[in-house]
Ligand binder design. Structure first.
Ligand code: ZN
Length: 144
């Protein structure tokens, strides 16, 4: 991608970005799993619990996003304040970020090591997990 394309991409991201409310971030900080949630989400590969509904968060005005990476692959992703079953892995970079002001790295299942999405960090941090890589725990079908 040349410099002009990158610049256009960043302008687009700037238009889409709405900061996460600070209050919401503070309320959710330090949370692990929400104990009273019966909607937990598991890794589709190994069934380890990754996160749950109570940890979901809106980023840029929406919990769910449809994003395309520089290779043209499209992803339906869901945003979570935390994903205790996930680990950030590898290089942290701002290049091609989907959310202005946030750097990202790959997020993998802490149990089986498969990529489940991405971890973003800036003023706050959050996970964008690929809907097709999660299932509601106990549900036979994959995808959220
Ligand atoms: Zn797994």
């Amino acid at each position: 991608m040349n410099q002009q394309n990158l610049s256009d991409t960043l302008v687009l991201f700037n238009r889409l970005f709405v900061p996460v409310s600070k209050r919401k971030t503070e309320e959710r900080s330090g949370v692990t799993f929400g104990n009273d949630s019966d909607r937990k989400y598991c890794c589709i590969y190994c069934n380890t619990v990754i996160t749950d509904e109570l940890l979901s968060v809106e980023i840029a005005g929406s919990h769910r996003h449809f994003k395309t990476n520089p290779k043209g692959n499209q992803f339906s992703i869901r945003c979570f304040h935390a994903a205790p079953g996930c680990l950030g892995s590898g290089l942290v970079t701002a290049e091609f970020t989907w959310f202005t002001g946030y750097r990202w790295q790959i997020a993998i299942c802490a149990s089986c090591g498969e990529q489940l999405g991405w971890r973003f960090e800036g003023d706050s941090s959050f996970y964008c997990l690929i809907a097709d890589c999660l299932r509601e725990c106990g549900d036979e079908k994959g995808g959220l």
